[in-house]
Design a protein around this ligand. Structure first.
Ligand SMILES: *Cc1c(COP(=O)(O)O)cnc(C)c1O
Length: 389
């Protein structure tokens, strides 16, 4: 049996070697702490679970859902954008429900780009932008995110022939994996660039509600006229500790929203209506208090990690959002070498930066989605092990 040729286009899974070591260690009875995965450790708030329980008992919810999201869910998303960002959206033309942002990110790529087209992707970044472009037969143009440019893409460096063939450009702020944030000025420049070059600006706003030291993330759609060229992905996964539930939305440019809806209704049948109802409860039951409490928790963890790294001589500025700390490997080691050493000598798993793109080489990512006492233990172990590197 031979797989489709496109499967060979996928990059090797860089966690493979790490997974093998972790398995080996656990088999030896070692207590491995995983700081590699970005997945909230805290439970979904109780009132959201109760909303699902109630909605799950109603027989009309047991049938196929509305493919593009229920009218109530889409209205709620539009109202949320108005209330949270001051952005007006038409719920029918400018919103579509998604089975998580990942689904929408993948399918939008198939709706927008194919052979001969270019997709502009930040490097490092969430791997789905890259892998889906490659699977769809498009060419990827990586734009490096470095400390020198505050982890923002330098749009002026994108060559003319790339601009001409580009169909989409991904931006993700607050950023995974670097923890960087963007202000409205940056989004204004991105919108201007995409308007000038006739490119769809694709904004991934997965970490909108995480903010420290008073920071609140803007939406790209706050830029005047952004909707002409911008689609944005908003997910309930990270804000409400709902990664397992699979519920999100894409909003903005009506042409792109419609194309995504058309493509996905040929592939899936939407989000379980009871989950959409729970999503409505999440967004309409005064979530600000919950966000504040969650942010305090992550901020405490952020400070533990930042302080420990500084003590190891690996100081980085504290990020203003996301639950990631992005820092250079010690002693100019490669990402995979450094992550292998930390797992071998400290039983602590970190994500190698190189798994997010070539420009991530020489970096590591710590995720703060681990109980605070375990995170403290992990940092103590890393400090002790580091002195023996
Ligand atoms: C977690 C994450 C997503 C995926 O979110 P889902 O809605 O759970 O699919 C998308 N983009 C980025 C940058 C993420 O970190």
């Amino acid at each position: 049996m031979k797989l489709a040729a496109r499967m060979e286009q996928l990059p090797p899974y860089l966690f493979l070697e790490l997974d093998r070591i972790i398995e080996q260690k656990r088999a030896q009875g070692r207590d491995v702490i995983n700081l590699g995965i970005g997945d909230p450790d805290q439970p979904t708030p109780e009132h959201i679970i109760q909303a699902l329980q109630l909605a799950a008992t109603r027989p009309d919810n047991h049938r196929y859902p509305n493919y593009l999201g229920s009218p109530q869910y889409r209205r709620t998303i539009a109202q949320w954008y108005q209330q949270r960002f001051g952005v007006d959206l038409d719920d029918v033309e400018e919103t579509v429900g998604l089975i998580g942002s990942k689904e929408g990110i993948a399918h939008l790529t198939w709706a927008m780009a194919g052979p001969g087209d270019v997709v502009i992707v930040p490097d490092p970044s969430y791997p789905v932008y890259f892998t889906q472009a490659v699977l769809a037969g498009a060419e990827v143009y990586p734009v490096p995110l470095t400390p020198a440019n505050h982890f923002l893409p330098d749009l002026a460096t994108i060559p003319r022939d790339v601009r001409q063939r580009a169909k989409m450009m991904w931006v993700n702020y607050p950023n995974n994996p670097t923890g960087a944030v963007a202000d409205l000025d940056f989004f204004q420049r991105a919108v201007d660039f995409c308007r000038q070059e006739d490119i769809l600006l694709c904004s991934d706003l997965a970490y909108a509600e995480i903010g420290y030291d008073g920071f609140r993330a803007p939406s790209a759609l706050q830029v005047e006229g952004a909707k002409d060229v911008t689609i944005e992905f908003y997910s309930l996964s990270k804000p409400f500790n709902m990664t397992g539930w699979r519920v999100a939305a894409a909003v903005g440019n009506p042409l792109a929203v419609k194309a995504l809806g058309t493509l996905k209704s040929n592939l899936d049948s939407g989000v379980f209506t009871a989950v959409q109802e729970a999503g409505i409860t999440a967004l309409t039951s005064n979530p600000q208090d919950f966000f504040a409490q969650q942010n305090r928790l992550y901020q405490e963890r952020r400070d533990i990690v930042i302080e420990a790294l500084a003590a190891m001589g690996l100081a980085v500025p504290p990020p203003l959002s996301t639950f990631y700390i992005w820092f250079p490997t010690p002693a100019h080691m490669s990402s995979s070498e450094a992550s292998r050493l930390f797992v071998e000598k400290a039983d602590v798993v970190l994500a190698p930066g190189s798994s997010y793109g070539a420009a991530g080489e020489g970096w590591l990512r710590i995720s703060l989605t681990c109980p605070t006492d375990r995170l403290r233990t992990a940092m103590e172990r890393m400090k002790a092990a580091y002195s023996q590197f």
